[in-house]
Design a protein. Structure first.
Length: 220
């Protein structure tokens, strides 16, 4: 599968080599792919270790992909993704971003309660098939849930398109996720996005980001 990852931050750098290692063709989208690699040493280390990864513009990464991964910062992504609407088209868009309000002091979430970042992205890209997932754990755990000490954790998906959720579910399975709960339409992304406040408090309490959430069920 061709995967275009938008963003070169911690999340993009974690997911790109993981998907490439599982046989997918991966392009990383950035504003300026011609920027000297010395300007981004962490990205350079990933590209040097995984020479099959391509570094291209946002538009190129989106246009060539079967699945577009939104790994952009929450406050920036809606407008930028909207500008890529023609490049993204009707592709599956796997949204792993977090709704942190970059204008506020501290870890304030926006939007909350009556809207979600996932919904805003779907409205900005009406032809795309947006699936919210992987936003309830640290970036390092997204491609490797076992880093938390056990791979037996829960990951959530939300989206309006069943076929897109099936594709994203297969990609999550590739990464080692086995307990995948479909919460329903894209409006259900509100709950896992708001769970980030709990994640932050747990991080402070535990002193580590190597943890995940698990939904325990009674035996049927």
């Amino acid at each position: 599968m061709k995967i275009g990852i938008l963003g070169t931050g911690e999340v993009g750098r974690a997911l790109a080599p993981a998907f490439e290692a599982r046989g997918h063709a991966v392009a990383i989208g950035t504003r300026d792919p011609d920027l000297p690699r010395s300007a981004k040493p962490r990205l350079r280390a990933v590209l040097d270790a995984h020479p099959a990864l391509l570094l291209v513009t946002f538009a190129e990464a989106a246009a060539e992909a079967d699945v577009v991964v939104n790994a952009l910062p929450g406050p920036l992504c809606v407008d930028l993704l909207g500008s890529l609407a023609d490049d993204i088209g009707g592709s599956v868009l796997m949204d792993v971003s977090s709704p942190f309000d970059g204008k506020a002091d501290g870890a304030v979430l926006s939007p909350v309660n009556t809207d979600s970042l996932g919904e805003q992205i779907q409205r900005a890209l009406p032809r795309a098939r947006v699936v919210k997932t992987l936003n309830t754990m640290a970036a390092a755990l997204m491609p490797d849930p076992a880093l938390a000490g056990s791979a037996d954790q829960t990951v959530f998906i939300s989206g309006d398109h069943g076929d897109a959720k099936q594709v994203v579910g297969l990609l999550l399975h590739d990464l080692g996720w086995r307990d995948i709960i479909d919460l329903g339409p894209i409006a259900s992304a509100r709950a896992p996005e708001m769970l980030l406040r709990m994640w932050i408090d747990l991080y402070k309490a535990l002193g580590t980001d190597r943890f995940g959430f698990k939904i325990v069920r009674t035996a049927s």
